[in-house]
Ligand binder design. Structure first.
Ligand code: FMN
Length: 296
């Protein structure tokens, strides 16, 4: 572990640590206009959602580290407080990167990067037709975080209209993570494609998990089971009943395995079951061995 105070390193290094660590970050592809109506389009990964009621998005066009100049997006938003936040999918990513080029003021990155402008309904900046979701927003507040190079400028905006492509919805009308195919930004030149690494973790909101502190000691201190395994085991509301373990042991092959296998082998078997999402069976295997160990 290295421990660093941001005051002891350059802004460039602080920037690199923050971007490498706070990752992946979603990308806002922001369309704005200046007071003469010139259109601007640029990507920002200092971006997220912060409220659903009201629906609030925040992103940050920062002061450039190299020369402390400000971005056209920021200058536009101080004058015209309207922005479309377009969501970036895999098919758009190379063109989005191109749109981040420091083109001169008044240069329209829709044209430079080859995106299609479509009019918004409630605000003046246009939407990106290719984006799977386009959110028309009104800027509520701008917070300047500093005056030196690298300082962020928080653009706090409220979504006043959503446009969502039908093709990305599932049968319940919810956005399907595989269909939206979002990309995100990490440190350096790295991006990630969400759908390549998707997995689901059941929300522990509906149940009150027993917690890792309540796991039997052998299981909690297992040399095989990982933090993720213990997290899944501890998300159950109660340990399996004696009847459930007894029913599991009625199967002769299973009973023989529990009798003959070492605790480590049993833990490995439970780990494979957890990996397949078979939490109840994993618990039966583990508790059967616990009971056997206590008997001997
Ligand atoms: C994926 C991606 C994410 C970016 N995120 C940010 C960001 O969060 N803040 C920022 O100031 N610049 C960010 N940039 C750089 C800006 O897009 C770039 O400076 C752009 O030229 C600004 O355009 P503008 O001057 O037209 O507003 C990012 C670039 C890329 C490619």
């Amino acid at each position: 572990m290295i421990t660093i105070s941001p005051k002891d390193i350059s802004t460039r290094e602080v920037h690199a640590h923050l971007l490498g660590a706070v990752s992946p970050r979603p990308i806002a592809f922001a369309s704005t206009i200046d007071s003469d109506g010139h259109v601007n389009l640029a990507p920002f990964s200092f971006f997220n959602v912060f409220s659903a009621n009201p629906p609030i998005l925040v992103f940050s066009p920062a002061r450039r580290g190299r020369d402390n100049t400000t971005k056209h997006t920021f200058e536009n938003l101080k004058k015209v407080k309207e922005v479309v936040i377009n969501i970036v999918n895999y098919d758009m990513v190379q063109q989005v990167s191109l749109a981040s080029t420091d083109y001169e003021e008044k240069v329209n990155e829709f044209i430079k990067a080859g995106f299609t402008e479509i009019p918004s309904e409630k605000i003046r900046p246009p939407r990106v037709a290719e984006a799977p979701v386009q959110m028309e927003c009104i800027v509520k507040e701008i917070i300047e975080l500093g005056t030196e190079g690298g300082a962020g400028n928080l653009i706090i905006c409220e979504v006043v209209l959503f446009h969502i492509k039908k093709e990305i919805l599932d049968e319940h009308g919810t956005i399907d993570p595989f269909k939206i195919d979002t990309v995100s930004r990490l440190g350096g030149n790295w991006y990630s494609r969400a759908k390549n690494g998707l997995f689901s973790v059941p929300k522990p909101l509906t149940t009150i998990g027993i917690g890792i502190d309540q796991l039997p000691e052998n299981i909690r201190n297992s040399r095989v089971l990982t933090g993720n395994d213990l997290g899944m085991l501890a998300n159950v509301e109660k340990l399996p009943s004696f009847e459930s373990v007894a029913a599991f042991l009625e199967n002769k092959t299973q009973a023989q395995f529990i009798e003959e296998a070492t605790a480590e082998e049993v833990h490995r078997c439970a780990q494979e079951l957890l990996c397949d999402g078979k939490i109840e069976t994993a618990w039966n295997v583990l508790m059967a061995k616990e009971i056997k160990l206590k008997e001997n």
